[in-house]
Design a protein around this ligand. Structure first.
Ligand code: ZN
Length: 158
């Protein structure tokens, strides 16, 4: 029997779930390493036997039940409840602005300009979005410039 085979049997052996076969006992008598390992396993198991899970506070169940009743008694607030959370409200407002600007882009050019003139402080999310929207043509020309330089490189080095 090899050491790593013994090692696999050790947890059960140390916990007393399986008995040591004569072959195993032979190995343990001749192999100091495995003998020491089994001792460590036995000590660990003994320690685990002593260990007791701490009891929860006697008031835990009572308080939990009271809390559950409290929550169940609260009226359902629906989506208004979520709006009260600032981060979600911010995200919702941003989605609303995006939605409106997408809708407006589909309309006639006059209404598109109207959206751009709505006052927005530069540096805010809304201001940035409007700047991006307003300079849409300019930014798309950057791509054209990139394409041109690539084409020129290709022409220079065929
Ligand atoms: Zn061994």
């Amino acid at each position: 029997m090899k050491c790593n085979e013994i090692l696999e049997l050790m947890p059960d052996l140390a916990a007393g779930l399986s008995a040591a076969t004569p072959e195993l006992q032979n190995h343990l008598q001749t192999c100091k390493g495995c003998e020491a390992k089994l001792d460590e396993f036995r000590q660990t198991m003994a320690l685990l036997d002593e260990w007791q899970a701490p009891e929860p506070s006697p008031y835990f169940d009572t308080r939990l039940q009271a809390r559950l009743r409290e929550e169940a008694a609260k009226p359902a607030l629906g989506w208004l409840h979520w709006i009260r959370r600032p981060a979600l409200a911010g995200a919702f407002a941003l989605m609303l602005v995006l939605g409106v600007s997408i809708l407006q882009r589909g309309g006639d050019p006059g209404s598109r300009n109207k959206v751009a003139t709505v006052a927005a402080t530069p540096g805010t999310a809304v201001g940035d979005l409007q700047a991006l929207d307003k300079n849409d043509d300019l930014y798309s020309n950057f791509d054209v410039l990139d394409d041109l330089s690539v084409q020129q490189d290709v022409n220079a080095n065929p």
